[in-house]
Design a binder for this molecule. Structure first.
Ligand code: ATP
Ligand code: MG
Length: 253
């Protein structure tokens, strides 16, 4: 059985997509067969993995819950070359509309779960990039996640919405007993006041946090124009080192 990780936060721009890619590439580097699922109609994850323009996308599954999920899987690309052990189910703009129409299905919350059960390939990890909102597709992801990873960036509104997200998870999973962890992203040691303020709010809330922090990088800020995975584009940069550390932390459990 794969370990399923949903990367979620209803705050935008906190590095959800970057973290899916970084963690996915780092796990694939260690030989773990990893599937990344794009659940954002913006399709940023798909674009960065060279799969922004495919025949089939995750929309096909929400449109027709019996769709053969095996047809949705593509090898992730870096500059046209397949990345070993890394695969993607892409998304595009059509997801926004189809997701709303899937509300009519009785088993609407299990569309993704049932679809993934039909996969013929066995993966070690499935990582899901959630859009910054809660809709049916995101509820599907939160329901099946073994672990929810919540990226938190260094911003004065960093922790806004986390309590609400956790409440939604509790409601969907019908238990308070689920595994989640925050991960600090875009950490800039030079902004020590902001860092201290975010960390103190998190500590006071008692939320678990990953030991590994993802540091800020100029290259990451500039990346994405050429639709390459940042982890590979800036392989020697600090975040790549950090995502490798995060992958180790997750592998160690
Ligand atoms: N470690 C980092 N250092 C510098 N910039 C970063 C870092 N991680 C991510 N970024 C930049 O932050 C921006 C937002 O990142 P990303 O798209 O991953 O966020 P997101 O949470 O997925 O956004 P959305 O909510 O729109 O889906 C991007 O421009 C990305 O390049
Ligand atoms: Mg994103």
């Amino acid at each position: 059985m794969p370990e399923i990780i949903a990367v979620a936060n209803s705050k935008g721009g906190v590095a959800k997509t970057t973290s899916c890619i970084g963690l996915g590439c780092a796990l694939a580097d260690t030989g773990k067969k990893t599937l990344l699922i794009d659940l954002d109609h913006q399709g940023n994850l798909s674009d960065d993995l060279g799969r922004g323009d495919e025949d089939y996308t995750i929309t096909d599954l929400f449109e027709n819950p019996k769709f053969d999920t095996n047809d949705l899987i593509y090898a992730a690309l870096d500059d046209g070359q397949e990345v070993e052990n890394l695969f993607v189910i892409p998304a595009d703009i059509t997801l926004a509309v189809e997701c709303r129409s899937a509300e009519r299905y009785a088993h609407r919350l299990e569309i993704l779960s049932d679809g993934l059960k039909r996969l013929k390939t066995s993966f070690d990890f499935i990582i899901i990039d959630c859009r910054p909102a809660i809709d049916l597709s995101i509820e599907n992801a939160l329901l099946i996640a073994d672990k929810i990873l919540i990226p938190v960036d260094m911003d004065k509104r960093a922790t806004k919405g986390i309590s609400d997200l956790l409440e939604v998870v509790e409601e969907i999973k019908r238990t308070k007993d689920f595994v989640y962890s925050l991960v600090y992203t875009k950490v800039d040691k030079r902004s020590s006041k902001m860092l201290a303020s975010v960390k103190s709010t998190v500590e006071n809330s008692g939320w678990p946090v990953c030991k590994t922090e993802i540091r800020i990088s100029e290259l990451y800020k500039q990346a994405t124009n050429d639709d390459r995975p940042s982890f590979h584009y800036a392989r020697k940069d600090r975040p790549a080192e950090d995502y490798a550390g995060l992958a180790r932390e997750i592998l160690e459990g």
